[in-house]
Design a protein around this ligand. Structure first.
Ligand code: GLA
Length: 638
């Protein structure tokens, strides 16, 4: 038959036919591969909350969810982490969307590479996971400013999370970009998204009665058609809801009264714990939080017995890479920054390892499946690479050539209002404020340092100004001297009522002997990849044989002659700073702990020379060490 047909066709036609057949076969294969069994069913009715139980396609459905944030996991590991989720018996992935990463400058959007949300959604679908999307715009999540872009704070009257026009216009413009990417991945369109969350724990903020209705409408008007829900802790339930949207609850310990309360505010509706906290986050200078596996799983068991749906926050926490960690507002005046790791003592560790929690949960969830669960993927290998010796250093002062042109200003200007990043201000990192002084005396910060400043006179270190230490004594000296304040934004508060006050750098006058200092030169040091690249190729590096000047950059090479594996950096003998490997910012380290190691994902390394650059503020021992297991510090039960 084939040859009969072929004989009647010209050579050119035969080639075209073959080509079409081949393309058809590839397409058919890809279609079946990317569509798991669940996806082939007809789409009539998505997740519905009309009675005390959810239904999906009109059949009872229980959400067994887990949170993994794509922006906290290297893209090369997304699949591994989701496969592990699936193998644990979960059926739904939940993720926030971080506005501040997706729109780093007003009107400049990034949905590429590690921020390719659509690829993440497609991956979840291909593995047979449903998705509950939590697009904010505010997400909390121990993330700088709860996910809001810092450029919003350029407006002196900004009222975040309200219907203040300066805020709603910015949300509308972001949602115009975001929601059109989300819409095609909804259940009704054949995608994995079965529900979308409206804002996040607004009941705990509740500054504007109209705001939740605005966010709801912002989603609906752009084509979100799946079930909407809100998420609040018990106390927030009263004010966090919005008409026509399902309320869910957040907690760690099960309190029957809280469940009864949810039932009372929302009778005859499905009950869901949107955030069941599997562990907790850590703050610099405090202890590492752990939550005993048996206690945690016992609560999950109870929740399931109550016929509730559940989402494990976090199932896998990952890492606050870069400068993206948030801070906790302890009192109004003393924010405490989050550490770099977001391990969270979650069922899957920061580096994707199985934990006791994982195994116990898998046993438990397997009881809720009719089919055996898939085998968990094999564990990743980890390496303790040999320590490397720092070869070169470059002082902070010499690195200034590679930064943006400094600003001259009579008064201090806060980070967000600096004329950098196409007039979006500086978002993260350090800012150096310099001025000339002609005497010593008392330097008083007037509590205008956000958050921590290293103070120098003619490059000699004097001391640290922060929330606790607001005055330093400057030594007397002759003539004109340069006073430098290297101010670090340690992370903006992500929860609580002080969001509008999260401007960083110097937010007001600094006084010397009660007189406000004037005439500053301000260097913005956000340490973005472009800057780190320029630094790398600079000829200003000097050998470690000369006494290094601090603060400074320290360069070493990690040579690998085998396929790279995950590892952790350890810096005993160093004090505080940031580590970059091959230009990637791994995050901050700080000897006060609790965290003592930084996660280095294998996919960010390569065979041959890997460039390690450490920015250190005060102290170095000239060696960079690697270890195969993390050290999160001394632990305490939550
Ligand atoms: C709340 C928030 C989350 C997170 C947790 C604590 O529930 O909604 O984003 O901050 O607290 O980890």
């Amino acid at each position: 038959m084939e040859s009969l047909l072929c004989r009647r066709l010209s050579l050119k036609q035969r080639y075209s036919l073959l080509l079409c057949l081949a393309i058809g076969a590839v397409l058919a294969y890809q279609l079946t591969r990317s569509r798991p069994v669940e996806r082939r069913m007809s789409r009539v009715e998505g997740l519905t909350a009309n009675s005390s139980q959810f239904t999906l396609e009109r059949k009872p459905f229980r959400i067994l969810g887990g949170s993994i944030h794509y922006f906290r996991v290297p893209r090369a590991y997304w699949e591994d982490r989701l496969l592990k989720m699936k193998a644990c018996g979960l059926n739904t992935l939940t993720t926030y969307v971080p506005w501040n990463l997706h729109e780093p400058e007003r009107g400049a959007f990034n949905f590429e590479d590690e921020l390719d949300l659509e690829a993440y959604l497609r991956l979840a679908a291909s593995l047979g996971l449903w998705v509950i999307l939590r697009p904010g715009p505010y997400i909390c999540s121990e993330w700088d400013l709860g996910g809001l872009p810092s450029w919003l704070l350029r407006d002196p009257n900004m009222k975040l999370r309200t219907t203040y026009p300066g805020f709603t216009e910015a949300v509308n413009s972001f949602f115009n970009q975001l929601i059109k990417k989300v819409v095609p991945h909804q259940y009704s369109k054949g995608g994995p998204i079965i529900a979308v969350q409206v804002e996040n724990e607004y009941g705990a903020y509740a500054q504007d009665e109209e705001y939740m209705a605005f966010v709801k409408q912002a989603l609906l008007s752009r084509g979100v058609t799946e079930l909407l829900l809100t998420s609040d802790n018990k106390d927030g339930l009263k004010l966090g809801g919005v008409k026509g949207v399902l309320e869910t609850i957040n907690f760690q310990r099960l309190n029957q009264d809280d469940i009864k309360y949810l039932e009372r505010v929302q009778p005859q509706m499905p009950k869901m714990v949107m955030e069941y906290w599997t562990g907790w986050f850590d703050l610099w200078g405090e202890l590492h939080h752990v939550f005993a596996a048996e206690d945690m799983v016992a609560v999950v068991r109870e929740v399931l017995k109550l016929d509730m749906s559940i989402n494990l926050y976090m199932f896998h926490g990952g890492t606050n890479f870069g400068f993206m960690n948030g801070a906790a507002a302890v009192g109004v005046t003393l924010p405490k920054p989050m550490v770099t790791s977001y391990d969270y003592d979650a069922p899957l560790s920061e580096a994707g390892d199985y934990t006791t929690k994982y195994h116990l949960l898998r046993n438990l969830f397997s009881l809720y499946h009719t089919q055996p669960l898939p085998e968990p993927p094999s564990v990743q290998e980890r390496r303790a690479y040999q320590p490397v010796v720092v070869q070169q250093h470059l002082s902070l002062w010499d690195s200034l050539h590679f930064a943006d042109k400094p600003l001259k200003s009579e008064r201090p200007v806060n980070m967000e209002n600096l004329p950098v990043s196409n007039n979006n201000g500086q978002s993260y990192g350090y800012t150096l404020y310099e001025t000339t002084i002609t005497s010593g005396g008392y330097l008083n910060s007037e509590n205008n340092v956000r958050d921590r400043a290293l103070v120098f006179v003619d490059k000699h270190f004097i001391g640290v100004l922060d929330y606790k230490t607001q005055e330093l004594s400057l030594p007397d000296g002759k003539g004109k001297r340069t006073l430098s304040l290297l101010v670090e934004n340690c992370g903006r508060v992500n929860y609580g009522k002080t969001l509008d006050e999260q401007r960083k750098g110097l937010v007001g006058d600094i006084k010397l002997n009660k007189r406000a200092l004037r005439d500053f030169i301000i260097h913005s040091l956000s340490m973005k990849p472009g800057f780190v690249n320029r630094l790398e190729s600079s000829r200003h590096w000097t050998s470690m044989r000369q006494r290094p000047s601090l603060p400074g950059y320290f360069r070493a090479s990690l040579y690998l002659n085998t396929y790279p594996k995950d590892t952790f950096v350890k810096l005993p003998g160093w004090s505080k700073g940031v580590v970059f490997i091959n230009g990637k910012n791994l995050g901050r380290y700080w000897s006060i702990g609790p965290q003592q190691t930084l996660y280095v994902p294998g996919p960010w390394l390569h065979r041959g020379d890997n460039q390690v650059i450490v920015f250190e503020e005060q102290e170095t021992d000239g060696k960079i060490q690697f270890t195969s297991s993390p050290d999160y510090g001394m632990s305490v039960d939550v």
